[in-house]
Design a protein around this ligand. Structure first.
Ligand SMILES: *Cc1c(COP(=O)(O)O)cnc(C)c1O
Length: 793
C-alpha cells in the first residue's frame, strides 16, 4: 500500500542516493528525477510479471514497428496509471515542491511529427492497459521534432534537445545489439545468395516500460540507437589526427541523430532509407532471436508473432524477414514469403500522392542490394500467382520501388484508419490489388487513450464524470453514455460549464504568459491545432477571421459573440506555402489584437512550439474544435477525437473520422459544412472553380482584397500577393469553394453559443457519446481482426 508518506520517503531516498543531492539545495530537476525514480520503481514489478507470464504461457506477441513515437511527457502519466497521482501531489507538497512545476519540468519526448506518431504512443498505452503482450520498436532520435519559435511572425526552427539531461524512463541494454549491414554486393555461393555488405553499424537497444491503467500489465518500448562497428581509430588518434579518428563514430551516429521533420512528404534521401532499414532490421533480428529462445521451428512463427507496420516506413519488413529466413535459416523462398505474409500487417495512413514512399531502384539497390533481388522475386511471384494483374500494377515500376505495394503484397491485412479513408484506400489507392485480394483491406478507426486525453489532462471534467457516473469509465469509455440522462439536469450542466471555465481560465493565464495576449475566459475559444498543411486549411480559418474582423468593425454593436481564435502547429521546414500561412496568421493577429474597435470581441493567438504537452493544455479548454480539411484528404485525425471527448463540438467537413464523430454525436451537435469527398472531385473538373466561387462571394472578395492590399503587412504590402494569387488560380484544396459554407456554419456556432444551456448540452453530449474513440476499442479491433491475439488479463 503506497501512501503519500511512503512515497515521500522514497523520493528523499532517491534524491540522496540516485540523484546525489541534499534536499537543501536540490533543484526542480533534481526533485523531478527523485519523483520519477520513486514512481519508476513501482513499474518494475508489473513489468517483470508481465514478461514472465508471456514467457511462461508462451503467448503470442505484437511487434509495433514505427518510425515515430510522439510520447510527450511520462511522469504524470505514470502516476495516473499507477494510481499514485494524489499521493504524488501530496508528497511533493509535503516536501515544499509544486507538483505541477515538477511535472512541467520534463521535456517532451517528441520522437514524431504529429498524428501518426501520437497514434503509436496511444496504441502502446492501450496495449498495456488491455494486457496485449507487445513491443514497440522505434528509433531513439537524439533530436526529435525541431523546436519552433517566431521571429516577426515567421517560423524559426531550432534543434530539440530532449536528451540534454538524463532521461529517467529508459534502460540501456548494451547486451541487445545487432549488426545492421548496408550497401556492398551480393555473391552466389553454393547456389545461395550471400550479401557482402559495404558498411555496417550496430543497433543498440534502449527500453522504456509502458505501464497500463491500474498497473495491471506493462510492455516495452524498445528504441534503437546507432553505434559504430569499427572501433575508434586509436592509431590515428595517437598520431594527432583527431577528426579522422572519430570518423566511423560520426558516420554511425548520423543514423539515429534526427527525426525527419516532414509528415506528409518524403524526400527520397538515402539517409532516410537507411534509418528505415536500421529500425526494421534491428527489430526483426530481435524478434527472431526471442522466438528462437523458446522455439525451434520457424514455420510456426505466425502463431507466435504479429508484426504491424505503421505506414510504409518499415515496409521493408517483408523483404527483410524473407532475407533472414532464406539466407540465414535456409528456408525456401515461397515458404518464407508465406510466413512473412501471415506475420505482417500494414496500416495505411494517407492517400496524398506525395506521401507515398517510392525509392528509385538506384538508391534502393545501392543501399540494400540483396533486398532489391528479393523485392523483384516477390513481385515476380505475385504476378505469377495473379496472371490477371494489370501491367501497370506491381512493386517495381518505372525504375521505382513502391513501398505501399510492397507492404500490401507482403501482408495478410491492410487497414485504413477511418471508415471513409478505408473506402478510399479500396477504391482509389489500391483498386487492382483490392480486386485480387478482396478480404485483405479492412478498417480500424483510430482512437486516443482516455487516460492521457481525459483523466490526466482534464482533472476538472474527469472529476465531474466520476462524481456523476462513478469510476470505471477510464478503461471502458462507452460508459460515458451514462452521462446522457444528466444533460437535461441544470445542476449537471452548470457543473460541466464550470469545469470548462476552470480550464479556460488556466489557459488564458498561460496564453498571457507565453504570448502576451490577454483573452477573456468567457469568450468562445475556437481552436485549430495540428500540423500546418494546405489540406488542413488553416488558411480557410484565417480568412474567416479576417471576414469576421471586418464585419465586427462595420457593426460593432451587433451583439457579437466574443471569440478567441487559437492556432498552434509546426510547418515542415521546407514547406514554403505552409510557412507563409503561419506568417499570415501572425500578421493578422498583430493587427486584430491591437484594434480598439473590435477589442475583446476578437483575439487571435498563436503560441509557438505545439507539442503533446501543449495539446494537453489546449484541448480541455476548447469550446470549438476546428476540423476543416478538404474532404477526402485527412485520413482520420485524432485531434478531432481528443476535442470531442473533452466536450468541444466540432465545426468540420465530412472527412476522416469526422464522419464517424458526426454519426455518434448526431447532426444537432456538430457544425457540418463544405463539399463532400465526391463533390470535391467533381468541383475540380471546373478549371475556374476558385474564380467562380470568389466572384460569387462578396465577403471572400473583400477579404482577399484586404490581404492583397497589405492591410496586415503594412511594412511590405506585396507580401501576400503570391498567396492571394494562388487562391484565385491554384486553389487545389478548395478554400474558395467552401468559404461561404464555412462562414455560415460559423454563424450557427455563434447562435448556438449565445444560448448557454443549448451549448452546454451540446458540449456534454459530445463527451457522453465519445466512447467509440478510445484507442482501447481500436486495439481490440487490431487484436481480433489482424493479430489474432487474446488479452492476457
Ligand atoms: C493529437 C496530436 C496530433 C494530431 O492532430 P490532428 O488534428 O489529428 O492532425 C498532432 N500533434 C500533436 C502534438 C497531437 O497531440
Amino acid at each position: 500500500m503506497v501512501t503519500a508518506t511512503t512515497l515521500q520517503a522514497d523520493i528523499l531516498r532517491h534524491l540522496s542516493f540516485t540523484v546525489g543531492k541534499d534536499p537543501q539545495n536540490a533543484t526542480l530537476f533534481d526533485w523531478r528525477m527523485a519523483l520519477s525514480h520513486a514512481c519508476r520503481d513501482r513499474i518494475m514489478e508489473p513489468w517483470f510479471a508481465a514478461t514472465r507470464r508471456t514467457w511462461a504461457e508462451d503467448r503470442k506477441r505484437v511487434y509495433y514497428l514505427s518510425m515515430e513515437f510522439l510520447i510527450g511527457r511520462l511522469l504524470e502519466d505514470a502516476t495516473i496509471n499507477l494510481g499514485l497521482h494524489e499521493e504524488a501531489e501530496a508528497a511533493m507538497r509535503a516536501l515544499g515542491q509544486d507538483f505541477r512545476d515538477v511535472v512541467g519540468d520534463e521535456p517532451d519526448a517528441a520522437l514524431g511529427n504529429g498524428g501518426l506518431g501520437r497514434l503509436a504512443a496511444c496504441f502502446m498505452e492501450s496495449m498495456a492497459t488491455l494486457g496485449c503482450p507487445s513491443y514497440g520498436y522505434g528509433i531513439r532520435y537524439e533530436h526529435g521534432l525541431f523546436r519552433q519559435s517566431f521571429n516577426a511572425g515567421r517560423q524559426i526552427e531550432a534543434p530539440e534537445t530532449w536528451l540534454d539531461h538524463p532521461h529517467p524512463w529508459e534502460f540501456d541494454r548494451p547486451e541487445a545489439q545487432y549488426v545492421i549491414p548496408f550497401k556492398g554486393h551480393v555473391e552466389t555461393r553454393n547456389g545461395a545468395a550471400v550479401w557482402v555488405p559495404g558498411e555496417s553499424v550496430f543497433a543498440q537497444a534502449h527500453d522504456t516500460p509502458v505501464i497500463g491503467w491500474q498497473a495491471r500489465w506493462a510492455n516495452t518500448l524498445r528504441l534503437w540507437s546507432a553505434r559504430p562497428t569499427d572501433p575508434f581509430d586509436l592509431e590515428r588518434f595517437n598520431h594527432g589526427d583527431y577528426t579522422a579518428a572519430a570518423q566511423p563514430e560520426t558516420l554511425a551516429r548520423t543514423l539515429s541523430r534526427v527525426l525527419y521533420p516532414d509528415d506528409t512528404t518524403y524526400q527520397g534521401k538515402e539517409l532516410r532509407l537507411k534509418q528505415e532499414y536500421f529500425l526494421t532490421s534491428a527489430a526483426l533480428q530481435d524478434i527472431l532471436r526471442r522466438y528462437l529462445q523458446s522455439h525451434a521451428d520457424l514455420r510456426a512463427l505466425p502463431k507466435h508473432v504479429a508484426i504491424q507496420m505503421n505506414d510504409t516506413h518499415p515496409a521493408i519488413a517483408g523483404a527483410e524477414l524473407i532475407r533472414l529466413l532464406v539466407d540465414d535459416h535456409r528456408m525456401e523462398f515461397r515458404e518464407a514469403l508465406h510466413i512473412a505474409q501471415r506475420c505482417l500487417g500494414y496500416t495505411n495512413h494517407t492517400l496524398l500522392p506525395e506521401a507515398l514512399e517510392r525509392w528509385s531502384t538506384y538508391t534502393f539497390g545501392t543501399v540494400l542490394p540483396r533486398h532489391m533481388q528479393i523485392v523483384e522475386q516477390i513481385d515476380g511471384w505475385h504476378l505469377e500467382e495473379h496472371r490477371a494483374r494489370p501491367h501497370y500494377v506491381g512493386i517495381v515500376k518505372h525504375h521505382e520501388v513502391r513501398m505501399g505495394e510492397l507492404a500490401f503484397i507482403t501482408s495478410h491485412r491492410v487497414n485504413g484508419v477511418s471508415a471513409l479513408h478505408t473506402d478510399l484506400v479500396r477504391k482509389n489507392l489500391f483498386p487492382e490489388l483490392n480486386a485480387l485480394h478482396p478480404d485483405r483491406i479492412i478498417n480500424q478507426t483510430n482512437g486516443v487513450t482516455p487516460r492521457r486525453w481525459l483523466k490526466m489532462c482534464n482533472p476538472a471534467l474527469s472529476g465531474l464524470i466520476t462524481d456523476t457516473i462513478g469510476s470505471g469509465w477510464e478503461a471502458d469509455l462507452d460508459r460515458l453514455k451514462a452521462l446522457e440522462p444528466h444533460v437535461t439536469d441544470p445542476a449537471f450542466l452548470r457543473a460541466f460549464g464550470e469545469a470548462k471555465r476552470t480550464n479556460k481560465v488556466r489557459l488564458a493565464a498561460w496564453l498571457q504568459r507565453t504570448t502576451g495576449v490577454v483573452v477573456d475566459p468567457d469568450a468562445l475559444f475556437d481552436v485549430q491545432v495540428k500540423r500546418i498543411h494546405e489540406y488542413k486549411r488553416q488558411l480557410l480559418n484565417i480568412l474567416e477571421t479576417v471576414a469576421r474582423w471586418k464585419a465586427i468593425r462595420e457593426n460593432p454593436d451587433a451583439g457579437w459573440v466574443p471569440r478567441v481564435k487559437i492556432f498552434a502547429g509546426k510547418s515542415a521546414p521546407g514547406y514554403a506555402v505552409a510557412k507563409e500561412i503561419i506568417h499570415l496568421i501572425n500578421d493578422v493577429a498583430a493587427v486584430v489584437n491591437n484594434d480598439p474597435v473590435t477589442g475583446d470581441l476578437l483575439k487571435v493567438v498563436y503560441p509557438a512550439n505545439y507539442n503533446v504537452s501543449m495539446a494537453e493544455r489546449l484541448v480541455p479548454a476548447a469550446d470549438l474544435s476546428e476540423q476543416i480539411s478538404t474532404a477526402g484528404k485527412e485520413a482520420s485525425g485524432t485531434g478531432n477525437m481528443k476535442f470531442m471527448i473533452n466536450g468541444a463540438p466540432t465545426i468540420g467537413t465530412l472527412d476522416g473520422a469526422n464522419v464517424e464523430i458526426l454519426q455518434e454525436v448526431g447532426a444537432d451537435n456538430f457544425f457540418l459544412f463544405g463539399l463532400t469527398a465526391e463533390e470535391v472531385v467533381k468541383r475540380r473538373e471546373d478549371p475556374e472553380h476558385a474564380r467562380h466561387a470568389i466572384e460569387a462571394s462578396q465577403p471572400l472578395l473583400d477579404v482577399l482584397q484586404m490581404i492583397a492590399e497589405g492591410r496586415f503587412s503594412p511594412d511590405e504590402p506585396e507580401r501576400y500577393h503570391q498567396l492571394v494569387h494562388r487562391v484565385w488560380n491554384h486553389d487545389y484544396f478548395l478554400v474558395a469553394s467552401d468559404f461561404d459554407s464555412y462562414i455560415q456554419a460559423q454563424g450557427e456556432v455563434d447562435r448556438a453559443f449565445s444560448d448557454r444551456d443549448r451549448w452546454l448540452k451540446m458540449a456534454a453530449l459530445n463527451t457522453a457519446r465519445s466512447g467509440y474513440f478510445s484507442s482501447d476499442r481500436t486495439i481490440r479491433g487490431y487484436m481480433n481482426d489482424i493479430w489474432d491475439i487474446d488479452p492476457a488479463i
